[in-house]
Design a protein. Structure first.
Length: 226
């Protein structure tokens, strides 16, 4: 059983029943698991989810500095190793002593891993950037106007076109950031320069400058008359 506290990517309550997203249904079905979405205004159920968060905020976060998400996960893994070997007053034992019993009661994982991450298909716009989670990531401009596949996980954002990877960026967790690959920027400048050379002629065309006497002759005016 997987328990979530009303996260939009998982599902929501509609009327009197929980409604899962299509992606969550596929994930749940592959694992043969049940998904429970906490009811709105249900502090007892929400407490099951928030209790661990509260413990980490009070015991793990104070006094620590993190250089990146990977650094955060590394420090958290080391902290949990020590925390799970401490005697727990409510359990009456160490959490590490319960792990083997929990694993023995679990069913085996499926032979095919469930689909995870974020993915969608779109046509690359003229500015050759794609948006994911309020951040913009550059794509090679050679794919402008073509159909692309965007995939992302917790670490990277990738863009494919015609079966080839045309962009790969480390995922940014800050908001409203623009992540640009220098190679994409150079290619865009080259394409823009080549297009301007096609539109604009290389040299100014020669224009004949006529003499004023030619106009006088055409109009029958004798410029030498007194």
């Amino acid at each position: 059983m997987l328990v979530w506290d009303g996260e939009g990517a998982i599902g929501r309550w509609r009327g009197r029943r929980g409604e899962l997203t299509a992606e969550c249904q596929g994930f749940r079905g592959t694992l043969a698991a049940r998904v429970v979405i906490c009811r709105p205004r249900d502090p007892e159920a929400k407490g099951l989810v928030e209790r661990l968060h509260d413990y980490l905020e009070r015991s793990f976060l104070p006094g620590r500095v993190f250089a990146s998400p990977a650094d955060f996960n590394g420090q958290l893994a080391g902290f949990l190793v020590r925390a799970n070997t401490r005697q727990h007053r409510v359990l009456g034992c160490r959490p590490a002593d319960r792990i083997e019993a929990d694993r023995a009661a679990m069913i085996a994982l499926p032979p095919v891993a469930p689909v995870t991450g974020w993915r969608r298909s779109a046509r690359l716009p003229r500015d050759h950037y794609v948006r994911l989670d309020a951040n913009d990531y550059s794509v090679h401009p050679s794919a402008i106007g073509r159909r692309i596949e965007i995939t992302a996980d917790l670490a990277r954002v990738r863009v494919c076109c015609g079966g080839q990877v045309i962009a790969s960026h480390e995922r940014a967790w800050a908001k409203h950031q623009t992540i640009t690959d220098p190679a994409h920027l150079a290619a865009a400048r080259a394409l823009r320069r080549d297009r301007l050379e096609v539109i604009r002629p290389a040299a100014e065309p020669a224009v004949e400058i006529r003499q004023l006497a030619d106009y006088d002759a055409a109009l029958g005016i004798d410029g030498g008359a007194a």
